[in-house]
Design a protein. Structure first.
Length: 391
């Protein structure tokens, strides 16, 4: 056991040295405990890449050199600056959506509704097994159609404290990189074991307080359809108009070494997809970057954030982002209700099968209602209206 640990540490040290000795590297690397948690599934990453290929950019507005959502919407800064912790559970896809939806809810209501939407609800109700990964479209469809209750961090920690309907139930963890001042146990340790998905909650926590104590009444949903954007300008436009957005990128082995700076892939093989929240962008030393909020607690990286090169689709981060409409009307009390009537495919099975496989249900759901899930008990949000895609 001791020899294995020593060998692992030597390999980590070698990887750290390789990164730092690479000419032109823009970020600082550190030692890390190697753990990998499922995040965005391979098929979902493939759909994002295909989306980028098939949607052209038609952006005519001026994009400033820098933009920060917290600065632009100071009345919602507390929500936007809330860095959460997904524990050792692969529900980054739900955390990024719940966080970005909280931001956009606050912005759309001019801070009259300033609450954290529950990652517990989204992770374990928008999926049968949220800890085993997901995609970046489904959680928004879930919030639109079913609504998400409010919910803070584990045991009422975080800037909003306790009293919300469904706080996250899994413990804080140290995620990758040097331990530093992170007080939480490392992933895979006794204090942070690999987690199994919880059951979809149906009631609020015992600690929930009014007006967040009644599950159904605490559900927040938005009108309209889940939107998408691709490319540097399209993503920037979406953020400027309505706030932070959800995205995903390919995690390579070297990302586990990230400490600070502007990340770009230097070494190592692919480990999988990871969903995060883009909150802004900037330029440093002539290098353009995105400012990205992670869900690995505020002790990780640059106080919970990382920067990544912008404009070159680094690690696929610009393939596709998802978000609620900028001017969407948000309401409490749940989504629009049961599935629409007339649930049947009007096209043959081969056509609808291809539509689903290609990830085109958002566009062709009217012809393939059954195949695209519009006849299910909890249908995706796109089943309730015409798709709206921003490119």
């Amino acid at each position: 056991m001791e020899k294995t640990l020593i060998a692992s540490l030597l390999l980590c040290a070698a990887a750290q040295d390789d990164i730092q000795n690479t000419p032109g590297v823009l970020w600082t690397a550190g030692m890390h405990a190697k753990q990998h948690v499922a995040g965005v599934k391979p098929e979902a990453m493939a759909r994002r890449a295909e989306f980028a290929k098939t949607h052209q950019q038609l952006i005519s507005i001026a994009i400033p050199d820098s933009f920060d959502s917290e600065t632009n919407w100071p009345h919602c800064a507390e929500v936007i600056g809330d860095i959460r912790d997904q524990s050792m559970c692969g529900c980054c896809w739900a955390f990024a959506a719940a966080s970005a939806a909280s931001d956009r809810l606050c912005i759309a209501t001019n801070a009259t509704t300033k609450v954290p939407l529950s990652a517990q609800d989204v992770c374990f109700c928008a999926s049968d097994d949220g800890c085993q990964g997901g995609d970046i479209h489904g959680p928004w469809d879930y919030i639109q159609s079913q609504g998400a209750v409010t919910g803070g961090q584990f045991n009422g920690t975080g800037p909003f404290g306790s009293g919300f309907c469904q706080d996250f139930s899994l413990p804080h963890c140290h995620h990758h990189g040097p331990q530093g001042k992170d007080p939480y146990p490392a992933e895979g340790s006794a204090g942070c074991p690999q987690q199994k998905s919880a059951q979809c909650p149906k009631t609020c926590d015992a600690a929930a307080k009014a007006p967040h104590a009644t599950f159904k009444n605490d559900k927040w949903s938005f009108a309209g359809e889940t939107q998408s954007a691709t490319g540097e300008s399209g993503i920037a436009k979406a953020i400027m108009e309505g706030g932070p957005v959800e995205t995903a990128f390919t995690v390579y082995e070297d990302f586990s070494n990230y400490v600070s700076g502007i990340y770009h892939h230097v070494s190592g093989t692919e480990e999988g997809g990871h969903a995060v929240r883009i909150v802004g962008w900037g330029v440093e030393g002539g290098v353009k970057y995105w400012k990205v909020a992670n869900s690995w607690n505020p002790y990780w990286g640059e106080k919970g954030y990382f920067r990544i090169k912008r404009g070159n689709n680094e690690a696929g981060i610009e393939d596709q982002v998802t978000f609620s409409p900028a001017k969407a009307k948000w309401s409490a009390g749940g989504g629009p209700g049961p599935a629409p009537s007339g649930c049947a495919d009007s096209e043959d099975s081969s056509y609808c099968g291809y539509t689903k496989t290609a990830g085109d249900c958002k566009f062709n759901f009217a012809k393939c209602k059954k195949t695209c899930g519009c006849c299910d008990k909890s249908p995706p949000g796109y089943c309730f209206g015409t798709s709206d895609v921003v490119v």
